[in-house]
Design a protein around this ligand. Structure first.
Ligand SMILES: CC(C)(COP(=O)(O)OP(=O)(O)OC[C@H]1O[C@@H](n2cnc3c(N)ncnc32)[C@H](O)[C@@H]1OP(=O)(O)O)[C@@H](O)C(=O)NCCC(=O)NCCS
Length: 104
């Protein structure tokens, strides 16, 4: 899993943080590892002042899109990327992050 600050696509604020990669080893898929990783990543980002998280997911990855949608990510826009000779279409998704509780 990888979180990246930096420029965001249209429809996403530049102060949002990108969830650039999340991959679970095949034998662990569907066993809650991805949910735990995502939850921890979003908690970490919110704790550092980020109010939004965004990501790109391949439009053919219906399982991934469903995973993110059920965890509060909304669809923003579709983009066509240039990756060598291929032109994959990806979906940009975004989620508002809850601010962390005040320190006691
Ligand atoms: C998407 C991914 C990170 C989710 O991690 P995970 O550990 O499998 O997820 P969890 O066990 O916490 O949750 C399972 C959820 O993922 C969905 N899912 C997505 N792909 C799945 C698959 N191949 N097998 C089982 N469940 C899958 C399930 O429908 C389930 O949804 P729900 O809980 O909302 O009903 C993981 O499936 C993965 O690494 N996939 C391949 C890489 C990928 O697509 N990464 C995202 C690219 S941006």
């Amino acid at each position: 899993m990888r979180l990246c600050p930096g420029p965001a696509p249209a429809g996403v604020d530049d102060d949002a943080i990108e969830l650039a990669q999340i991959y679970v080893e095949p034998e662990w898929i569907g066993r809650s590892v991805g949910s735990a990783l995502l939850e921890e990543a979003l908690r970490w980002a919110a704790g550092r002042g980020h109010r939004r998280c965004w990501l790109r997911v391949w439009t053919g990855n219906t399982g991934g899109i469903a995973f993110y949608s059920r965890r509060g990510f909304e669809q923003v826009v579709q983009e066509t990327l240039e990756v060598g000779a291929s032109r994959p279409t990806v979906l940009v998704m975004r989620k508002e992050l809850a601010p962390p509780p005040p320190a006691s």
